[in-house]
Structures are given as structure tokens and as C-alpha cells.
Design a protein around this ligand. Sequence first.
Ligand code: AMP
Length: 293
Amino acid sequence: MTDPAPRARVGGPLVVRTPEELRRALADAGRVGLVPTMGALHGGHRSLMRLARERVDTLVVSVFVNPLQFGPDEDLDRYPRDLPGDTRLCGEEGVDVVFAPETATMYPRPQMVTVDAGAMGDRLEGASRPGHFTGVLTVVTKLFQLVRPDLAVFGAKDAQQIALVRRMVADLDLPVEIVGAPTLRDPDGLASSSRNVYLSERDRVSALSLSRALAAGADAAPEGAEAVRAAAQAVLDKAAGAVPPVELDYLALVDPATFADAADDHRGEAVLAVAARVGPTRLIDNVTVTLRP
Ligand code: AMP
């Protein structure tokens, strides 16, 4: 393919709302990159855009709060939404196209056919949020079909999500390269997240014990899997008594490819993952540790 004409981004990215507008925007687009998001964009999303920007001619960011991946008692209605702010941020990162469909555009009829995430989709996040990964993989597949990206970037912050997307792409022979981006953290160590806006000042202090627990676990990696779990658990036990308390959902050390529990004699990389509620906010975080290489 010949080089496409450089895109004028004066005035910011092109915002498109429908598959038809998207198709028009992507005619003659060259190599296309996609960063799927739910909006309320922050530094973590920026880092994904920067990774993609270097490698493609046309960069698409999708902004869509996907109802299919929210449970009935979850925060779908109050999830932060700010398309003008998101569009500005995308402009700063050299994004060419923002695809921001309405729910009725993505789901014009009840979604009958979905992507089954298999056993990996029932663990950790999937156990706490039944159906979550079916919703994620279904919308990611739809976005891949609509945008037809050459590559798509996902964050390690959602470790189980990127592992499942990689596995889906492999198992279903989807013609897209999946690129992983490291977790961006705020200066205090808290993983950047759109949901951090829910945290009060006091919540935030308690929430810091998640990243502290992961760091303690990582420090214990030379002593093996049990030591990693114990070191992280000790921090979380203490945080359970903080005000407000950190209410642990799960702490798990898992195989990065399957998200099955790492055996006590596991060697090589493992993911130490945590989910907890602080006040009204559910937070997740993880770190990759190397056990007895
Ligand atoms: P979300 O908008 O929360 O659905 O996230 C969209 C993408 O950004 C996903 O691939 C996330 O894993 C990624 N992401 C979210 N927060 C971070 C972060 N702190 N660091 C790196 N990637 C992130």
C-alpha cells in the first residue's frame, strides 16, 4: 500500500458515531490502530494511544460504555462520561478518529449471539462479575469487525481482559495484532483508573494498600508463590481494619496464560491480582512477578 496522505488533525480528531461514518473515515487509512476504551480518559489511556500512534498511519480510539459487560447492580448508570474532554485528550495524542457510538447503534436488537470466554472467563473478575468477559469479548469482536484494525492496544491494568483478548484472537484466528501496555500509576502508586474519580480523599488513602500489597508480594517473589501470597495478604489484612476499610474481593496468584491458580512450586511469570471495594468503589490491580527463574 502506498503512503496515505498525512491527515490534517487541526481542530482535533474526527468524531464519528455510526459504522457508516466510520467506514468513510477509514477509506484509504493505511495501517490502522485501535485503542478501545470506555471514555473518561486519563494518563493510562494516553499511554496506550502513544504506543499505537508510533506504529500506525491512522489511529482510532473507541469511546463506548458497553452495557453488556456490566452486571445489573454495577455502576453502568453512574460511570463517568465526558466525550468533549475525551475528544480534546485524543487530539493532544494525535488520534485521527474517535468512534463514539450510541448504545442503540452497537446493539440495535437484543444481542443473541455472543463470544463465550470459556473457563478463563469464569475466574477472578469473571467469578465476581458473571457474564463480564462475555460482554467484553463480544464488544471487542464487534469493534474489531467495524474498525478492522491491524493492531489493537490493551492495558496490563486489566490483566485478565488482555489475556482473554489474546486467547480469543488466537482461538478464533482474528487478523489483528494485540499489543500490551504496562499499567500507568499515579505518583502515589494507585493504578490510574476512570473509577478513581469516585474515591474521596480518605478512600484514596485506604485504596493505596492495593498497590502496596502487590509491591510487598513482588518483593517476596524470590521466596516462591506461598511467600508472595502471604506478603500481599498481610498488607490487605491490615487494610481491612483501616477507615474506610478495604473489603477484599480476591487476592490471587495465577498463571498469566490461563488465570488458573499458580501452584506452590510455580516457576517463571505469574500474575498477582487483587480486587477490593473501598467505600462505594470497586478497584482492581495486578503486578507480574517472576518466581524462581
Ligand atoms: P477502560 O476505559 O477502563 O475500559 O480501559 C480501556 C483500556 O485502557 C483497557 O485496555 C485498559 O486496560 C487500559 N487502561 C486503563 N487504565 C490503565 C492504566 N492505569 N494503565 C494502562 N492501561 C490502562
